[in-house]
Design a protein around this ligand. Structure first.
Ligand code: ADP
Length: 457
């Protein structure tokens, strides 16, 4: 900067000098060409000389004034700034410090902003919910992989209409955004993947004008399934309780109306009693199920001999088996180490499985109970040559109230809860239960294997 105002002053001096030289040249020229009129020459020379002097002085004054009026303030304004030898803008040390501090701050802010963008991107990429954002024209501006998966989208599905047109319940984008007082809305839709919950949220600017739309997609398939199961369960319980209650009500009313025949009276009373027992068994099973469901009051785990327990369970069926002319035996096939589990729970499971075998095996059939040990697990295998379970029903056998033949099960005193309770108990004891079955063929029958971990040393 300093060099600049030196140059300015210098240029004024040069201009003054050129003016003096010009005037001098004019005098010499006049001297040469006009020798005849000496007075005129002298007068011209004097005037030219004075003009040159005056011009020089004026130039110097202008230079000084301009230096004071503009160069000094400019220099002051730019203070310590100047141009370096390469004519590049040079910055003082203080400014340099300030600027580098500013640059560092900016750099750090950029790194922080980038870090946040990456973080958000990672979260969105790995979220279990789908996220899609749209601009005001309905074009997709962001979509995460989960959204593509949940809504079964192709790369060409890149607008709001292409994505949501197939769902009749979803309004068009303008309607969603411009709905009065609208901030967010929710819609439930179903596709081949299952049930989805869609949340629509508008992006707004500082004056509350919509600038786009975000859609969050949540997979609620499991939730819907559980909800349906709960509804079905309530309906099943009501139904199971209603049937014996209706029977009790009907027969007791008939008795109250007066039945003279003693035999009929006794028969009706037996029916009432059977139904009351059935209801009690059902309520008892429901309570057991709820106990294991909520993991409340699960019996304490202890070390016990699975062979001995299985034997005592089998003995409980002696009278029933004898009545049906069945053959029931319990064999321990290997040296089985003690298991570590909830003994009462396991006893309940073994009794239920043997009871099913006795119930669903024809008179004269056989039921074998084997206890053994394989790969750190003790097992009990209950095998019968009964009616078997059809393949289609096998996968639903652990569902609450599921029975292959409802009437038959009821008649035999079943509630349809036995195997679901068994599965719950075995899983809570870190074991497993597997059922295989054959129907129709000569090899018909059912085999249930329950594995329980042995106690660690
Ligand atoms: P239930 O109280 O009706 O016996 P479970 O849950 O114990 O209920 O069993 C469910 C259904 O599985 C039964 O209703 C029956 O149809 C079938 N089932 C279970 N065990 C056997 C078996 N050993 N042989 C044939 N069917 C069986």
């Amino acid at each position: 900067m300093k060099k600049f105002h030196y140059r300015l002053i210098l240029s004024f001096y040069i201009v003054s000098l050129i003016a003096i030289l010009a005037m001098g040249s004019a005098i010499i020229y006049n001297l040469k060409i006009g020798a005849e009129n000496e007075t005129l020459i002298n007068t011209t020379a004097v005037i030219t000389f004075i003009t040159a002097i005056v011009l020089s002085i004026v130039s110097i004054i202008i230079a000084i004034i301009s230096y004071k009026k503009s160069i000094i303030p400019m220099a002051k304004m730019l203070d310590s700034s100047s141009y370096d030898s390469d004519n590049k803008f040079d910055i003082s040390k203080n400014d340099k410090d300030d600027l580098s501090e500013l640059a560092t701050e900016l750099h750090n802010k950029l790194i922080e902003a980038n870090r946040r963008i990456n973080q958000t991107e990672t979260i969105l990429q790995h979220m279990t919910d789908g996220v899609i954002s749209f601009d005001m024209d309905g074009n997709v501006t962001y979509i995460n992989p989960e959204a593509k998966d949940l809504l079964e989208l192709k790369d060409t599905d890149n607008t709001f209409n292409k994505i949501f047109d197939k769902y009749r319940d979803v309004d068009n984008m303008e309607k969603i955004i411009y709905l009065e007082d609208w901030t967010s809305s929710e819609k439930k839709v179903t596709n081949n993947r299952g049930s989805m919950d869609l949340f629509f949220v508008a992006f707004k600017d500082e004056i509350n004008r919509p600038t786009g739309l975000m859609v969050v997609v949540q997979d609620i398939t499991e939730h819907v399934k559980l909800d349906n199961m709960r509804k079905e369960f309530v309906a099943d319980v009501s139904h199971e309780l209603k049937t014996p209650l209706t029977s009790i009500e009907g027969f007791s009313e008939t008795l109250l109306d007066g039945v003279d025949d003693k035999e009929t009276q006794e028969h009706f009373l037996h029916i009432i009693n059977d139904n009351a027992i059935r209801m009690q068994k059902l309520v008892q099973d429901l309570l057991t199920l709820s106990k294991y469901d909520s993991k409340r009051n699960m019996g304490p785990k202890t070390k016990f001999d699975l062979g001995e327990l299985s034997k005592s369970c089998a003995e409980k069926f002696e009278i029933e088996v004898k009545k049906k002319g069945q053959h029931l035996q319990c064999i321990t096939t290997a040296d089985v180490p003690p298991v570590y589990a909830d003994k009462d729970g396991i006893e309940r499971v073994i009794i239920n499985i043997i009871s099913n075998s006795v119930k669903y095996t024809q008179d004269g059939g056989t039921i074998d109970v084997y206890v053994g040990y394989v790969h750190d697990d003790a097992y009990v295998k209950i095998k019968d040559n009964g009616i078997g379970i059809p393949k289609a029903d096998l996968q639903r056998i652990y569902e609450r109230f599921y029975r292959v033949d409802k009437a038959r099960s009821r008649q035999l005193g079943g509630t349809g809860l036995g195997l679901s309770i068994a599965k719950e108990i075995i899983e809570q004891n870190d074991g497993s239960i597997n059922i295989s079955s054959e129907t129709g063929s000569s090899k018909h029958g059912t085999e249930v294997i329950v594995k329980i971990p042995v106690a660690k040393e």
